[in-house]
Design a protein around this ligand. Structure first.
Ligand code: MN
Length: 138
């Protein structure tokens, strides 16, 4: 490969990494997954989807996304347990984990923060404010 071509690719890889941030969404509810992914992609984020806690942890380790949106109630291990496992892993504290808590479940917010979540967003998701809330943590 010519030196120029190599520099070109290198430059573009860096640009891509800076501009396109990758967000892992861990959510078992298809309607919510669809809505969240749609909003994120529309705002030029790359979305990685996981539909249970185990896959969420596995994918977080492998992909090292820029941010994680974590539903609390998941089949298998909960979002709280998944968050703890991610926090104990080598990817650790650099990454923002935003919990999706249910409006009705008042205790969930406290539990989410105690488990290591950076913040939380209440469900049902408001498409008007969702992106602004997420971007506070990016
Ligand atoms: Mn759920």
């Amino acid at each position: 490969m010519k030196k120029g071509a190599h520099l070109y690719l290198h430059y573009h890889k860096n640009i891509r990494d800076k501009i396109i941030k990758r967000i892992l969404v861990v959510e078992d509810n298809e309607t919510n997954m669809y809505l969240i992914s749609f909003i994120l992609r529309k705002n030029r984020y790359e979305v990685i989807e996981a539909r249970n806690g185990e896959k969420g942890v596995e994918t977080a380790m492998r992909e090292k996304p820029d941010l994680i949106i974590m539903d609390i109630q998941l089949p298998g291990i909960s979002g709280l347990e998944a968050t703890k496992l991610i926090r104990e892993s080598e990817i650790n504290n650099d990454i923002s984990i935003i919990a999706l808590t249910s409006y009705a479940m008042v205790g969930d917010r406290e539990k989410a923060l105690n488990a290591g979540c950076t913040g939380y967003i209440e469900k049902p998701i408001d498409p008007e404010t969702f992106m602004a809330e997420i971007e506070k943590y990016l």
